[in-house]
Design a protein around this ligand. Structure first.
Ligand code: 6GU
Length: 274
């Protein structure tokens, strides 16, 4: 996979040389190229920002350097580009909230381009222009809080996507068993334990050491359901009742949740929230 990142703070992306992502790059599984937006600002001060029309606090990024920088990136597709071009990702607090489902979709793409805004963001015509040109643009947010710029989002999205590429994570099964994985019905993962069996007076649940694989699987499913109900009840709105066993339904009822009549679960009528 090829990843181009346009930023005024390329140094912010140094962690992409570390750990699994760094190794994936060294192995040629991932080709990350960072480009300096200021190369495309032509005044003496290499200005990339200006005051917003209509007034208001803060500065916006000007469209012209972005147009030049993105045109240059788009003009140099990776070898074997299928003609569809990249997905252009624009980190922004007004974007769709990034998710594991989005990471899975992006991991199937051969080419991602990130446009990192700073200040109050990028002149809105930049996204409009590339959409009109047929570029697939996704504005992505990390969540409901405000960051100073998009570079941290690039670190997050590249790590979430790259670890799904074949060969990046050693044990492929660990990808499907973790929290938020579709194969796990989007539930939070069950608690996990390693040796010693007893630590500071706390014992590993006996069922995990009992050697009964069916019992272990049932215990883990129950824990995943209870944890999700207590910590992230919003995720249960996407749990398909058709994928639930009678035991699942009983656990969820104990936690105060019932099928909501749509395609998920919601608070059971009369249930008392935990
Ligand atoms: Cl992607 N960018 C900025 N500036 N703030 C954010 C964000 C992104 N996601 C949440 N807050």
């Amino acid at each position: 996979m090829r990843v181009d990142v346009v930023s005024i703070f390329g140094e912010y992306l140094a962690p992409l040389s570390l750990s699994l992502i760094g190794r994936a790059r060294a192995q040629g599984l991932l080709d990350v190229r960072v480009h300096d937006l200021r190369e495309h600002a032509h005044d003496r001060h290499r200005t990339v920002d200006d005051t917003p029309y209509g007034g208001g606090a803060g500065l916006l990024m000007k469209p012209e350097p972005w147009g030049e920088a993105l045109d240059a990136v788009l003009a140099a597709p990776p070898a074997g580009d299928d003609g569809r071009g990249p997905v252009l990702l624009v980190p922004s607090p007004v974007g769709e909230v990034f998710s594991q489902a989005a990471a899975v979709e992006l991991s199937a793409e051969p080419w991602l381009v990130f446009a990192c805004g700073r200040y109050e963001g990028i002149d809105a015509r930049v996204v409009e222009h590339y959409r009109a040109r047929g570029v697939r643009v996704r504005e992505v947010s990390l969540g409901d809080y405000v960051l100073n710029g998009g570079e941290v989002a690039v670190l997050v999205v590249v790590e979430a996507v790259a670890r799904l590429l074949p060969g990046v994570v050693g044990n492929a099964a660990s990808l499907t068993e973790e929290s938020h994985a579709a194969e796990h019905d989007g539930l939070l993962e069950h608690p996990a334990y390693t040796k010693p069996a007893s630590w500071r007076g706390l014992d590993v649940p006996a069922v995990l050491a009992g050697g009964d694989h069916g019992a272990v699987a049932r215990w883990r499913r129950e824990q995943a359901l209870r944890r999700t109900a207590r910590r992230r009840p919003d995720l249960l709105a996407h749990l398909d009742p058709a994928r639930c066993t009678a035991a699942d339904l009983r656990v969820l009822a104990e936690e105060g949740f019932a099928p909501d009549g749509a395609s998920g679960f919601g608070p059971a009528p009369g249930a008392v929230a935990h």
